[in-house]
Design a binder for this molecule. Sequence first.
Ligand SMILES: [Zn+2]
Ligand SMILES: [Zn+2]
Length: 86
Amino acid sequence: MQFTEKGLPRQINFPEGNIMAGLPRLKNKENFYKLVIHELGHNMGLQHCPVPTCYMRDAKGGDPTGEEKAFCKKCAAYLQKKGWKL
Ligand SMILES: [Zn+2]
Ligand SMILES: [Zn+2]
């Protein structure tokens, strides 16, 4: 996956319709990207992260607060090992 300077994916390919089912209503596209990145992190085997600015932090079912800016070093290193280009 390729990322923009802001840490958002340039493009994500999903099986049609798969990811949208059951998603809460999202305020904006950025929150959508964060949620998708978070879920992809789970798919890669990442657990929730205590770092408040990390995409893998636990939103506890509520709205993302917008504090997440990037993967923390630990999560980024894990994903890079899995072949992500971060
Ligand atoms: Zn999660
Ligand atoms: Zn993290």
